[in-house]
Every structure is written in C-alpha cells, then in structure tokens.
Design a protein around this ligand. Structure first.
Ligand code: 3EB
Length: 312
C-alpha cells in the first residue's frame, strides 16, 4: 500500500496505471478516464488542485450499486456519492449500506478507514444538526456489521462547501486492531449532549500488511475527554490536536523506526493554514484542505497514516 499526493496536472500518468486502488480529488475535475475508482470531493486544497492516490498490488476495478471499487487481494477501496439534500440520516444509511454490501460481498469484510464529506454539516434537518442526523443513519447501517463483530473504522467527517455526500473507505480481508486515545473518551461512547447517536468510529486502526504495521489515524481535533478545547484559539487547538496525535502513536506501540507517510489537515478558515507543525508531523507529505470540522467551535482537524518501518 502506498499513499501519495499529486498535483492535478499529472492526471494523465495516473490514469494509465494499473496498481491504483483509489483516487481522491480535491479541487479536481468531476470525471476520470482511468480504471481506478475516483472520488471528486468538493473540498478545495490550499494552493493548487491535488489528487490523493492509494495504490496497492495489481487492482481489479468494478462498480456495483453505484459503488465504484477496486481490490488487490488484500485491500478494497470503495467509494459512493449520493445527493445530500434528502434527510441526512437516510443518505448516510444508504451510503454505508451499499458500501458494506459491496465490501462484504467481495470478501473484504472489515472496515479499516472511512472518509465522509457533505455540505451544510451544521444545517438543521428535521430540527437536528445534519451531522447528528448523519450519525443516526451511520449507526443504523452499521448495526448488523457491529453485531457480527465488525470493528468500527477509523474515520474523518468534514463539511464541504457544496456537492454530494461522498463516502470512501478502505476495507481489509482481516480485521484491524482498534486503538483508542487515553486523553479522549471513545467517540462511540460520547454522551447524548452531542446527539441521539454517537459517531461510530475509533481513534485509530492498526493493520499488519506487507511485513509492517500501519496506523490509520482518524480525523483528530482539540477534544480532551469529550469536550472541545480552546474555542476561538487556533494555536491552542493545534497544541491539543498534536498532543492527541502523539498519544495515539504512543498507544499503538509502533517501533522507533516509524514514519509518518501522509497527513491531511482540515481548517475552517483558510488563514488558519499557517500553523507551526511539530515533529514528526511537520515533515510528512501533507495536504491542507478548507473544510468544516463537525463541531462548530473547532477550527482544525488532522488525520495521518503512520507506518512502522521495521519489517517483521
Ligand atoms: C471528534 O473527535 C471530532 O464522525 O466520523 C473526527 C473524526 C470527528 C471522525 C466522524 C468525527 C468523525 O469527535 C470529530
């Protein structure tokens, strides 16, 4: 598995490759000529349009139930886009339902990582914030999977400026190991002051693959316990966010040879992109995107992939 960011003008070289499991576009065109599944998100990066490429072994691509997916015998990437104007709980349930049927049907029955973007995340839908409605629908769709012992994925959920709900996931043939953060209440145990259903995700997922340990870290913000920290103070939010990221890496028990492969940061206000980044986060390939963090008082969220460099 490889994760890389490419400037959008390198599109043609990417479209010809056969090892790509999924391509995620930020500020890029709606269409794609290659075989790999493609998600055109409505999120726009700082700077110029970019493609994120998740590559693996020789990939088989297909479409079912409107889900574009590809798999390489170990990993499956699957993506779906649905109009986001209907009740958000139904849209979320439909998106997760389709993705789960496809992943389980192809034999990749374990969700590792999910990304979900949709517009107007703080808007009201039947008297409840759309993000909270999303959590209701996600939970409904995941109930059977969780009852079968399926682990919640690591996840990111960000408000986009326009467009559809896009949900894309990585699933694996074997389950990952959930890593929670001792500084934070597990999100799936949040009290109901954050909505009738808690968000179904874990703070990070660890997976053994190609002789290495892979840590997929969820979107991570300035939350300690279950409470948002330092509303309105982005520098302080950044410090708490990096402390949360460091705590997750420490808990995951990766070796000293670990390496941050890729980072994505989401900032509510474009000017807030000029943060100072501590090591090891500051030197990794990074994409900074404009997006709405799902709690309106928070201005920053950061996700990452860290790999243990020692072959076992
Ligand atoms: C938080 O920790 C911040 O609903 O899937 C981060 C990552 C957040 C994923 C999700 C929400 C989600 O609660 C928000």
């Amino acid at each position: 598995m490889r994760i890389s960011y490419y400037a959008a003008d390198r599109r043609q070289e990417l479209e010809g490759r056969g090892d790509i499991l999924g391509v995620v576009g930020y500020g890029t065109p709606a269409t794609w000529e290659g075989r790999a599944p493609y998600v055109a998100t409505a999120l726009v990066p700082m700077g110029s349009p970019m493609y994120e490429v998740i590559a693996g072994g020789p990939a088989i691509s297909a479409t079912r139930e409107g889900v574009h997916y590809a798999h390489d015998g170990e990993w499956l990437f699957a993506a779906v886009a649905l109009g986001a104007r209907e009740p958000m709980a139904s849209v979320a349930a439909e998106a997760y339902g389709r993705i789960l049927r496809v992943a389980e049907g192809e034999g990749y029955g374990y969700l590792i990582r999910a990304w979900q973007y949709f517009p107007d995340i703080h808007g009201l839908d039947q008297g409840l914030e759309r993000y909270r409605q999303f959590n209701r629908g996600r939970h409904q769709a995941l109930e059977g999977y969780l009852a079968r012992g399926g682990p919640r994925p690591a996840a990111t959920c960000i408000g986009a400026p326009r467009g559809d709900l896009t949900l894309h996931v990585l699933a694996h043939r074997a389950p990952g190991l959930a890593i929670e953060n001792p500084r934070q209440v597990s999100a799936y145990r949040y009290p109901d002051i954050y909505g009738p259903r808690p968000p179904d995700f874990v703070r990070a997922m660890k997976v053994a693959s190609a002789g290495r340990e892979w840590l997929w870290i969820s979107g991570t913000a300035a939350i300690v316990g279950h409470e948002s920290q330092a509303p309105g103070d982005l520098e302080a939010q950044a410090r708490e966010t990096f402390a949360n990221l460091d705590a997750l890496v420490a808990c995951a028990g990766l070796g000293v040879d670990r390496q941050v492969l890729a980072v994505k940061a989401y900032v509510r206000v474009p000017d807030d992109a000029r943060l100072s980044w501590p090591q090891p986060w500051g030197t990794a390939p990074a994409l900074i995107l404009r997006g709405d963090i799902c709690r309106s008082e928070l201005g920053l969220e950061i996700e990452a992939v860290v790999v243990d460099g020692e072959r076992r």
